[in-house]
Design a protein around this ligand. Structure first.
Ligand SMILES: *Cc1c(COP(=O)(O)O)cnc(C)c1O
Length: 410
């Protein structure tokens, strides 16, 4: 019975064009990666600053492993909280301009642990519809009532807040939306939070390191402070090139989370070498602003080139530059065609994105060259008839599909 059920589920996933496959990557991350023995230009990594394989980050990791060993041995509250973790927390707090920071093992766990510690039954969490899955799951785990407002629609949020029962409310949003690349309307959200007495939490997984003054993320972009956004979550596996996450805020927020956040308390601390490697990458992210400038220049080059060939992009000025295709099958086929042309570009389908908005999620890093961007644009030009990006009417999609098939076979 179980065996049949599993097989039926998998077949159904496949029928709906949602089957996911893993590719085996050999060697390190970079502008190019080796996949199944082939060297491909990598346009789907979140290693935006190109730090995942930076020699000083690798050296910090190796030296730390020699000094501290590999495993942390226990949770932070038992005997796993080491000198390296503590130093990283202090440096992160200082970088982001907040009283304190607290390390979590992953961004997913940080979101689960923060939201479920801050709200519970009878309280409400307001979330953007396009928030990362971990924020949505966190609200579910908390037992608070989850209310999702239309993407970036602060007017709709205002109506919902007005209608809320007046309990403790939390507004949670991505800073930079992970699959769209656009920014949340943070000043409007912060103003609404203040008016209604709600707390605002921003998950800036894709903004930290990449945007804002000194790479301080979407809050810096808008000039918002700890007072405007009391809860800030950052991840370390993206622009910082390592692994893990942190929450930053007031000393009391952090002290409370240490006492109450279950995904902080009941899990093994990160390997100390990961913390030391992150200290090195944080240093590079702060000191080498050319990395941010380079990614931004590549993004501009891509957007200018896309406009010239008539490829419609989303309203994003971050390293995330999705090309919306519409249906799952077209997205997967476009990704396969790009693969055969030597480009690794992920096809992103539901439930990661809403139904009917499957896309090629193109990302840029400081490791890319202008020539690689130009070659990607050439490859996209050949696919263009099939990926009528932005126009999601049924007619356009049908036309797009057949033109795409012609483009693929031709
Ligand atoms: C990637 C991501 C996470 C999860 O972070 P991990 O450290 O990979 O678990 C959380 N929120 C957002 C917005 C993300 O993009």
């Amino acid at each position: 019975m179980w065996r049949d059920w599993l097989r039926e589920q998998i077949d159904e996933i496949d029928r709906r064009g949602l089957y996911r496959r893993r590719r085996i990557v050999e060697g390190p991350q970079g502008g190019e990666v080796i996949v199944d023995g082939r060297r491909l230009v990598n346009f789907c990594s979140n290693d935006y600053l190109g730090l995942a394989n930076h020699p000083s980050v690798v050296r910090a990791f190796r030296e730390s492993a020699e000094r501290y060993g590999v495993g942390a041995g226990a949770a932070h509250l038992v005997c796993g909280h080491g000198r390296a973790h503590h130093a990283l927390e202090e440096e992160l707090a200082e970088f982001i301009g907040r009283e304190r920071a607290l390390l979590f093992s992953t961004g997913y766990m940080a979101n689960l642990g923060v939201i479920s510690a801050l709200v519970g039954r009878g309280e409400e969490v307001f979330e953007d519809r396009l928030n990362h899955a971990s924020l949505l799951d966190a609200a579910r785990l908390s037992d608070a009532r989850l209310r999702r407002y239309p993407h970036a629609d602060s007017a709709a949020l205002k109506r919902e807040l007005n209608a809320s029962a007046g309990k403790r409310c939390l507004i949670a949003t991505d800073g930079v939306f992970s699959m769209d690349g656009d920014l949340a309307p943070l000043p409007a959200l912060a103003a609404l939070a203040k008016q209604s007495g709600a707390w605002l939490m921003v998950d800036d997984a894709h903004g930290l390191g990449t945007i804002g003054d000194g790479g301080r993320g979407s809050l810096a972009r808008f000039g918002l402070t700890q007072d405007d956004v009391p809860v800030l979550v950052g991840t370390l596996g993206k622009a910082f090139g390592t692994f893990g996450a942190f929450v930053a805020g007031s000393a009391d927020l952090i002290e409370y989370l240490i006492q109450r956040s279950r995904t902080y308390i009941f899990t093994t601390a990160l390997p100390p070498a990961v913390a030391e490697a992150t200290r090195a990458s944080l240093h590079l992210a702060r000191e080498e602003s050319w990395r941010r400038e380079k990614v931004n220049a590549l993004v501009s080059r891509f957007r200018t080139g896309a406009a010239q060939i008539g490829l419609r992009l989303m309203a994003s000025d971050t390293p995330i530059q999705p090309v919306v295709v519409g249906d799952n099958e077209t997205a997967v086929r476009a990704s396969e065609v790009l693969l055969s042309a030597g480009f690794l570009v992920a096809a992103i389908r539901p439930p990661t994105v809403p139904v009917g908005t499957a896309r090629l999620r193109v990302t840029f890093t400081a490791e890319h060259t202008e020539a690689q961007v130009d070659r990607l644009l050439e490859a996209l030009t050949r696919l263009l008839p099939g990926i009528s990006a932005g126009d999601r009417s049924e007619q356009a999609m049908t036309a797009g599909m057949s033109a795409f098939s012609a483009g693929v076979s031709g």
